[in-house]
Design a protein around this ligand. Structure first.
Ligand SMILES: Cc1cc2nc3c(=O)[nH]c(=O)nc-3n(C[C@H](O)[C@H](O)[C@H](O)COP(=O)(O)OP(=O)(O)OC[C@H]3O[C@@H](n4cnc5c(N)ncnc54)[C@H](O)[C@@H]3O)c2cc1C
Length: 456
């Protein structure tokens, strides 16, 4: 009898397995494919390698500003593909050895729940006290007429050795926006279509606007409030019918498929696990499903839909499966975007604060006044701090600017520690760094930003 069986070896399931084993659990991890799941093999890391290559190209192009003149002879995409395959293999090996090191039984089989505490894997029935479901998501083809022939999935995009001349991207989240950045940097004509009024609808409105402006400057056409209706062959490529304010036709070589659905084909009915209308498994704040001693974490449970969100949920679910009763606070999961410039955030947006009718103080500090941002020629961006007007607690921080994805870690810790805007205003950063803007945005919320024009 196992203490915990974890189904799925992505970032969520891997973390849950290790934490359960650290707490002296007898643990089995079921993963029929590669350890690391979507994140390591088809998501976070492969796309970051492509974005790194794109960033190197941009850095070379910007060299002249510093008197460094260089020209790009060739971009060998097969080298990026080689790297994006090599690094996950290396990481997968490390993950396997850490499982062994923690005494986790790794079973390379699909898991199917057969009844309370019973899982079938490879024709055998395994018995366990608790189950943690961490099966993530897979690509889902929208049923747009004609899409199949024009489709390029995100899984295929990371293995391209030639860029399409033009690509239509449907969607408005981080994956679509990062893909637009990659394709446009490497020369594809990119059109981004979204039914929402703006891209990045889960981010603060200011972040959405700033990234929209940057993408447009990079040559991306963004069509908000628009829907892809159908695709028909046209010459060498395709003609995409888009309906928005007006009916439009866009000629493209490829259409990116990035939408995803929860992997729930694993016998949920055998124990009565409920899913929402969107197909994701419903959990309470301790990450328990509607069935006794069955937890669901990471992408399959919707919500955060980030690798580190899945990891943090894995830790909470493991501790609870081993006897604790901790709550998981999804509001403290930071979000990040590896665009040019980067963006990152944690906590409430201004729109969410408005919806909740909260009385807030807001402070801003633009990157254009930051010495190092000016020195590096990277002045695009801003730090925005949102704090409770009465209690002073920092409720949200939204950063657009280079190194935002690194800066947000410290800010997330501050929110976790329930830091007040006053405390944040007095924090110290090294000079010259982009992080100096965080304390100054907090000072701005308190009306004493040292290096911003006085509003008195
Ligand atoms: C293109 C792209 C870019 C992304 N970039 C980022 C990023 O930069 N940062 C970030 O934080 N997130 C990013 N994400 C999201 C991130 O990949 C996911 O949030 C994360 O992988 C979720 O982890 P998970 O453990 O819940 O699921 P997954 O990583 O999807 O892992 C689930 C695992 O379960 C296995 N499985 C499925 N069914 C069964 C079964 N019945 N039995 C056993 N095993 C099963 C699968 O084989 C898979 O390995 C990106 C995603 C994509 C697609």
């Amino acid at each position: 009898m196992y203490d915990v069986i974890v189904i799925g070896g992505g970032p969520g399931g891997y973390a849950a397995s290790i934490r359960s084993a650290q707490l002296n659990g007898k643990v089995a991890l079921l993963e029929p494919a590669e350890l690391g799941g979507t994140c390591v093999n088809r998501g976070c890391l492969p796309t970051k390698m492509w974005l790194k290559a794109a960033r190197i190209k941009k850095t070379i192009e910007a060299g002249e500003m510093f008197g460094v003149k260089a020209s790009i002879e060739k971009i060998d995409f097969s080298k990026i593909v080689e790297r994006r395959n090599g690094i996950p293999t290396q990481i997968g090996m490390g993950m396997k050895s850490l499982c062994t090191n923690n005494g986790i039984e790794l079973i390379a089989e699909k898991g199917v729940i057969k009844g309370p505490g019973k899982i079938e894997a490879g024709g055998k029935i395994l018995e366990t006290k608790s189950i943690i479901i961490a099966t993530g998501t897979s690509l889902q083809f929208p049923d747009t007429p004609g899409l199949k022939d024009a489709a390029l999935t995100t899984d295929e995009a990371i293995d391209l050795t030639e860029m399409p001349e033009s690509i239509l991207i449907v969607g408005d989240g981080p994956i679509e926006v990062e893909m637009a950045t990659i394709f446009s940097t490497f020369g594809s004509v990119v059109t981004l279509v979204t039914p929402s009024p703006r891209i990045l609808p889960l981010e603060d409105g200011d972040t959405g606007q700033r990234i929209t402006k940057c993408l447009r400057e990079q040559g991306v056409t963004i069509m908000p409030r628009a829907e892809l209706k159908s695709i028909t062959p046209a010459g060498e490529g395709f003609s995409a019918s888009i309906s928005g304010k007006t009916e439009e036709t866009v000629e493209v070589e490829k259409v990116l498929v990035s939408s995803r659905k929860a992997n729930t084909d694993l016998g949920l009915d055998a124990v009565g696990i409920k899913t929402g209308d969107d197909g994701y498994i419903l959990v309470d704040d301790t990450l328990k499903t509607s069935a006794g001693n069955v937890y669901a974490i990471g992408d399959v449970a919707g919500g955060a839909m980030t690798s580190y969100g899945a990891t943090a949920m894995g830790v909470t679910a493991a501790e609870n499966a081993m006897g604790d009763s901790k709550s998981f606070d999804s509001k403290l999961v930071p979000r990040a975007l590896y665009t040019f410039p980067e963006a990152a955030s944690v906590g409430l947006t201004e729109e969410e604060a408005d919806e909740l009718d909260l009385d807030v103080e807001i402070g801003n500090c633009p990157m254009s006044i930051n010495g190092v941002a000016m020195s590096y020629g990277e002045v695009e961006g801003n730090v925005k701090v949102i704090a409770d007007a009465k209690l002073g607690q920092v409720l949200g921080v939204h950063i657009v600017g280079e190194h935002a994805t690194e800066m947000i870690g410290g800010v997330a810790a501050a929110l976790q520690l329930e830091t007040t805007v006053d405390e944040l205003a007095y924090t110290l950063s090294m000079h010259p760094t982009f992080s100096e803007n965080i304390a100054m945005a907090a000072q701005d919320a308190l009306n004493w930003a040292l290096y911003l024009p006085s509003s008195r």
